[in-house]
Design a protein around this ligand. Structure first.
Ligand code: NAD
Ligand code: UDP
Length: 350
């Protein structure tokens, strides 16, 4: 097996939603991993589930990407070949209320990590950025060259890291950096063993819809019915988390072969409205999703979807899974784990 001789990939934030799905794809591709996560928004149960899906061990270091000494020690112990950097905070509203925490975790965290990687001579790096760096797009579909201009501290924290990475790639040609701008990740692994596990009331549409369908919440508030979109509700580019995870594998192959920095959108290229997604979830679950119309949410935009053609040209990757699979897999995860990973932890299962 080719993977047997491969150097491990360091996955920061690997116990989280997108990271855990990516660890599955890495292991199934024959790549050993080391996960670093401080568990501020995750449970180590997710990694036990990954071990169950893959039948392979997931070495785990509990720690913070801002801890330089811990990073030096980790990099000395493991022969890391590349890094996928998911660790960070991601709640837009919270970032408005607590901007310094977001700049510290997301910007300083990335800087401390990059400095440690330079010391250890590890210069293959893939970064979790976001379509939020585009702010309110002038037109859709959005290409990578579109104007950027995030409208909240979370988005700006991603944007600052993007600029730090561009400066680094410019200054030192040994770096190979993939900058991935995700659109709206949804869904779960088809096994029903891992998925999105919001610790509080979900801010995002699909985890909220799932919790309504499963009976944990009474109804969905649809934020705005007067947007300039076909049915008046907001339009987004929802991408299955397994497709997104596979995008990381493609990005990893690129940074392993080619120095310099690239930026790609990871989206499907198709926009769906809030009501489209509610109907898709109702189809997949066979349950009603009661909803009421509510005022627009502050800071929201009408529509946001990717032109994903650059990722296809550069990486040979494109999303394969449609909204029905996204909803069916999210539903399976929610039915089997109505309390997320907490239920399993309390029952001491797995
Ligand atoms: P998540 O919260 O599930 O995962 C992030 C992980 O990072 C968590 O496990 C958390 O415990 C860990 N973490 C946070 N700060 C850390 C630190 N300082 N040191 C070590 N570990 C730390 O979120 P996710 O949805 O899996 O997102 C992963 C990445 O993708 C994030 O950087 C996020 O900003 C980005 N992103 C997410 C979305 C989305 O909608 N989910 C969209 C675009 C970009
Ligand atoms: N949305 C909604 N009700 C909710 C959560 C979200 O109507 O409880 C809408 C939101 O206004 C947007 C879409 O669903 O049009 C996607 O929102 P989400 O927060 O998931 O993603 P983002 O806005 O960050 O792209």
């Amino acid at each position: 097996m080719a993977g047997a001789t491969r150097r491990p990939v360091l996955v920061t934030g690997g116990a989280g939603y997108i990271g855990s799905h990516t660890v599955v794809e890495l292991l199934q591709d024959g790549r050993p991993v080391v996960v670093l996560d401080n568990l501020c928004n995750a449970s180590a149960e997710s990694l036990r589930r990954v071990e169950r899906i893959t039948g392979l061990p997931v070495p785990f270091v509990q720690g913070d990407v801002r801890d330089a000494a811990l990073l030096d020690d980790l990099l000395a112990r493991h022969d890391i070949g590349a890094v996928l950097h998911f660790a960070g905070l991601k709640a837009v509203g919270e970032s408005v209320a607590r901007p310094l925490e977001y700049y510290d975790n997301n910007v300083t965290g990335s800087q401390v990590l990059l400095q440690a990687l330079a010391r250890a001579d590890v210069r293959r790096f893939v970064f979790s950025s976001s379509a939020t760096v585009y702010g309110d797009p002038e037109s859709v579909p959005i290409r990578e060259g579109a104007r950027t201009g995030p409208t909240n501290p979370y988005g700006r924290s991603k944007w600052f890291v993007e600029m730090m990475l561009a400066d680094l790639a410019e200054a030192d040609g040994r770096w190979a950096i993939g900058n991935l701008r995700y659109f709206n990740p949804v869904g779960a692994h088809p096994s029903g063993l891992i998925g999105e596990d919001p610790s509080d009331v979900p801010n995002n549409l699909m985890p909220f819809v799932a919790q309504v369908a499963v009976g944990r919440r009474a109804q969905l508030s649809v934020f705005g019915s007067d947007w300039p979109t076909p049915d008046g509700t907001g339009v987004r580019d929802y991408i299955h988390v397994v497709d997104l995870a596979r995008g990381h594998l493609a990005a990893l192959r690129r940074v392993e072969s080619t120095p310099g920095m690239f930026t790609v959108n990871l989206g499907t290229g198709t926009g769906y409205s809030v009501l489209d997604m509610v109907r898709a979830f109702e189809r997949a679950s066979g349950r009603a999703v009661p909803h009421v119309f509510a005022p627009r949410r502050a800071g929201d935009i009408a529509r946001c979807y990717a032109d994903p053609s650059h990722a296809e040209q550069l990486l040979g990757w494109r999303a394969q899974l449609g909204v029905d699979a996204m909803c069916a897999d999210a539903w399976r995860w929610n039915c089997r784990n109505p309390d997320g990973y907490r239920g399993a932890e309390e029952a001491g299962s797995v």
